[in-house]
Design a protein around this ligand. Structure first.
Ligand code: ARG
Ligand code: ZN
Length: 886
């Protein structure tokens, strides 16, 4: 194939034409769907004579008219990607286009497609061009109407954006609905749904007293499972009013759940479309993790109404403008609804386990990428999660009130516009008159900054110094980096663990007072801005233990000179909950890396007793939040440790992590046993912090105990499995048992499947649990599951559960016989024919192949080369595979 074209940010040009209004009409049919559009087109500059280039993919052109007249053949040009009007009229004109598409054959799940018999759309980023010819770019914003016509029995519900203007019956058993969205929007926010759906209805009264109808649509049998989603939506609406002063702007808000969806969900104006797994929940079928994810994603999509829809992106390079900001908003929402510390721990773990590796690999890109081949490949943990960290840094630097001022100015300036990351930056800066110096580098430089800090105490001067040095590693296309602007939140502890009041800090030769309302502070933000930067705390009466990067105030790798003793003290006392957890993680990472070295040199593995005692104190501390304890006794993931090694060794890391887990289970057996026993409950399931924290702790303890694999503890887990009254406890007990091969595992897996074979979301848990297993030779089980009746390569959730789950098990995916790599290579090629977006997400598992030994490298490379050599490869997979090999 010809190498696909790469698109560059620096080549951005404003559109030559704007669309003032777009009237769409859909005739939905079983064989084909006819789409008519009537667009009022205005040149950006009066009298310009540029051609009008419309995007179109897999659409059949039936007719094109300008100002009511069929366009002559010499006045347009059609190829596989565009319809070009070579000589459009010089002023405003009406463009009418009729196209034919086949949603029922659309397995890419992009554009208009069918899911379980219903029609639905997914247009972001560039799916609208699979519906009709259009300037499919976010800086072309228009007022839309949408008329839908379809068979009334097959598709009783017809939905689109905005308000329902008109509906009625037609001849031949058909009916229609006409929708009008009063807000201007880009094509990526267009949506249509038609099918057999029913709704859970509720209302929300906004702060200014308007009543909004809320509807969550699903097939009838799933309606009982939408209560939590409705609760989440109302909580999100209220939160956005309270925290950001943002009110919903229409009288109707619809959410539709569909079983076939590439991503999590989509924020189409007033018609959010969701992957079912992020809507449907009941205590019997969904875990606490599912409940939390639903809360977060319902919030996320709702928050997009302002950050994404009212103010949108000028071009797709700016994606983080809406995604980073909206992830930040959903993180804050979830924090306020649960435990802030635990939410922060979960978000930072995610960043470390997924984003840091991406930022250190061949796909590393800044939160605002400089180029792409396929935009879909840039819906990444970098754009989303690192993007959210960048937004969080504004808040850290400007404080809540300053951040809010910046947000207010952002909306005041840009409501109704398609803007850039600089516009957001400028609003934050201008609203606060802030000196944000080179903060914009966070948007352009890829790679996780490495920061080193050296401390020293001067007892005569009573000063404590922190000397920082920083560097950003080279990333593809960026060899030389500049020093970044890094907010480092710091507190100081006495040797007995109390916070030391901070009054003033010397920096660059001046003494800065850091009091707040005349009072000393316990945490201060150091603005590290140079390659080497020193800060000296004044009036410090004893050598302190610094608590560095509190709350993870910047997305960096921090290397400090804290001793193990300091870390144990921080683990026991730090008033910053996040850093208390972090101290334990730093100790765990050190411990795991040193045991990995022992394992590689065939030395016996011995667990440091101080580490065990540190965790024992945590488990026994009744003052601690139970969910926090659960996080604190969880070891860093295998991926996180491999990421810290010169040459990643999955077998050694796995052996060491399993060794530590078993050793902890043995030495803390009493604590874990009483934890399980004391945290059972016979109350009905409720999703509140107290109860989910209790379940989290109990289930972590159970997993430790069952890792020992002896009969008594396996039976304990079996009892938990049998007595479970909710999915959280049931699947946790199942997972605990399934850690060890054997009859108990087989029986309980079979039992679970038989119980739940009718519920595809629960069956996906069953698939992923088996796929992620580190049981030796698991690839064969996964191969068999591909043929299981519950599996379907066309459903993304099933692929993510089974194929994605398999790639998440380092020992099996990286198996030395190459079986894991071959499995993935084969499946990617099959998937690519059906759904390039999903195939491309799967092929990403290869991208860090150079981190492994030569032998594994050769095996992975062979698969990547095989993929690249395939005929008709999608641009999506091409981009990831070729960049991985580059
Ligand atoms: N904007 C959606 C969100 O809320 C994600 C859309 C992803 N689409 C895609 N083609 N990757 O995050
Ligand atoms: Zn989003």
């Amino acid at each position: 194939m010809d190498a696909p074209r790469e698109i560059f940010l620096k080549d951005y040009k404003m559109p030559d034409y704007y669309f003032d209004s777009v009237d769409l009409s859909f005739l939905l049919g079983e064989e084909k769907t006819i789409v008519s559009s009537k667009i009022i087109v205005s040149p950006r500059i009066e009298g310009n004579s540029h051609p009008l280039v419309l995007d179109g993919r897999d659409v059949k052109l039936l007719s094109v008219k300008v100002d009511d007249k069929d366009l002559k053949e010499e006045d347009f040009h059609l190829d596989s990607h565009h319809l070009t009007l070579t000589r459009p009229p010089s002023g405003t004109f009406t463009l009418e286009i009729v196209t034919e598409i086949c949603p029922q054959n659309n397995t890419s799940l992009e554009g208009l497609y069918k899911s379980s018999g219903n029609f639905c759309t997914q247009c972001e980023a560039e799916g609208f061009r699979k519906i009709t010819f259009f300037q499919d770019r976010p800086d072309v914003m228009a007022i839309y109407t949408c008329r839908i016509e379809a068979d009334k029995t097959l598709y009783p519900v017809l939905l689109s954006n905005g308000n329902l203007i008109e509906q009625g019956d037609l001849e031949g058993g058909k009916h229609y609905a006409l929708w009008k969205d009063p807000f201007k929007k880009p094509s990526y926010l267009f949506a249509l749904v038609a099918g057999q759906l029913e709704s859970r209805d509720d209302t929300f009264i906004t702060s200014s007293g308007r009543e909004v109808s809320l509807r969550i649509w699903t097939p009838a049998q799933d309606l009982p499972k939408t209560a939590h989603a409705m609760y989440s939506l109302k909580a999100a609406m209220k939160w956005d009013e309270e925290v950001f002063g943002l009110e919903y702007d229409l009288d109707l808000f619809n959410i539709v759940a569909v079983p076939d969806f590439n991503m999590g969900a989509m924020e189409n104006k007033s018609l959010n479309i969701f992957n079912s797994k992020l809507v449907l929940a009941s205590p019997e079928t969904a875990t606490d993790g599912d409940y939390a994810a639903i809360l977060g994603v319902i919030g996320h999509e709702y928050f997009h109404n302002w950050t994404g829809n009212r103010v949108t992106c000028r071009d797709w390079f700016q994606l983080s403008l809406k995604e980073g900001l909206t992830v930040f908003r959903d993180q804050e929402f979830s924090s306020d609804m649960g435990s802030r510390t635990v939410k922060r721990i979960a978000d930072v773990s995610r960043l470390r386990n997924f984003q840091f590796p991406q930022d250190a690999g061949p796909m590393a890109h800044p939160i605002r990428p400089h180029s792409y081949i396929k935009m879909d490949n840039f819906y990444t943990v970098t754009v989303y999660e690192k993007g959210a960290e960048v937004v969080r840094m504004y808040k850290t630097l400007l404080e809540s009130s300053g951040f809010r001022k910046g947000m207010d100015l952002y909306f005041k300036r840009h409501d109704g516009q398609a803007v850039t990351c600089e516009d957001f930056f400028a609003a934050m800066r201008d609203a606060n008159d802030a000196d944000l110096s080179n903060f914009l580098l966070w948007y352009s430089q890829a790679g996780t900054p490495n920061v080193k800090v050296v401390s020293s105490y001067n007892s005569e001067a009573m000063t404590f110094s922190l000397k920082f040095s920083q560097g950003v590693p080279a990333t593809p296309g960026q060899h030389v980096k500049e020093p970044m602007f890094i907010p480092v939140a710091v507190g100081l502890l006495t040797s007995s663990g109390e916070d030391i009041p901070i009054t003033s800090v010397y920096h660059d030769g001046t003494l800065e007072t850091v009091m707040e309302n005349g009072q000393p502070v316990f945490t201060t933000i150091l603005k590290v801005n140079k390659k080497e930067d020193e800060f000296v705390f004044a009036n410090i009466a004893e050598r302190p233990i610094p608590s560095l990067l509190r709350g993870f105030s910047a997305p960096i790798r921090l290397d400090s000179d804290l001793t193990d003793e300091d870390l144990f003290s921080l683990l026991a006392h730090d008033s910053d909950g996040f850093n208390r957890w972090e101290a334990g993680q730093i100790l765990s990472r050190k411990l795991m890396l040193s045991l990995v070295a022992d394992f590689q040199q065939s030395n016996p593995l011995v667990l440091n007793p101080k580490f065990v005692e540190g965790l024992r104190t945590i488990i026994r501390d009744p003052s601690l939040d139970k969910e926090f304890i659960a996080k604190a006794v969880t070891l860093p993931g295998e991926g996180e440790i491999m990421d810290l090694m010169e040459v990643a060794d999955p077998d050694a890391v796995h052996a060491v992590r399993s060794f530590i887990r078993k050793e902890l289970a043995l030495q803390l057996k009493e604590e874990f046993l009483s934890t399980v026993i004391n945290n059972r409950s016979s109350e009905p399931y409720t999703f509140d912090h107290e109860n989910l924290a209790r379940r989290a702790l109990k289930n972590v303890a159970l997993a430790y105990l069952a890792s020992l694999g002896d009969e008594e503890l396996t039976n304990l887990a079996l009892d938990e499995y049998k007595s479970a009254t909710n999915m959280t406890d049931q699947v946790a007990a199942l997972a605990a048992i399934a850690q060890n091969p054997g009859l108990a595992r087989e029986e309980v897996l079979l039992d679970f499947y038989q119980k739940w074979s009718d519920d595809f979301l629960v069956v996906n848990k069953w698939l992923s649990l088996q796929a992620m297993s580190d049981i030796p030779g698991n690839v064969a089980n996964v191969q068999n599951l591909l043929k299981h009746p519950s599996f379907d390569l066309r459903n993304p959730n099933k692929v993510y559960a089974l194929v994605g789950g398999f790639c998440a098990s380092p020992v099996n995916f990286h198996a030395k016989d190459g079986s894991g790599y071959k499995f993935l290579g084969d499946i990617v090629l099959q998937l690519d024919k059906l759904n390039p977006q999903v195939a491309s997400r799967m092929v990403s598992a290869f991208s860090r192949w150079r981190r492994f030994d030569d032998y594994r490298q050769a095996l992975a490379k062979e698969q990547l080369e095989k993929i690249l050599a395939a005929n008709g490869l999608s641009e999506n997979v091409y981009e990831i595979a070729s960049k991985s090999l580059a």
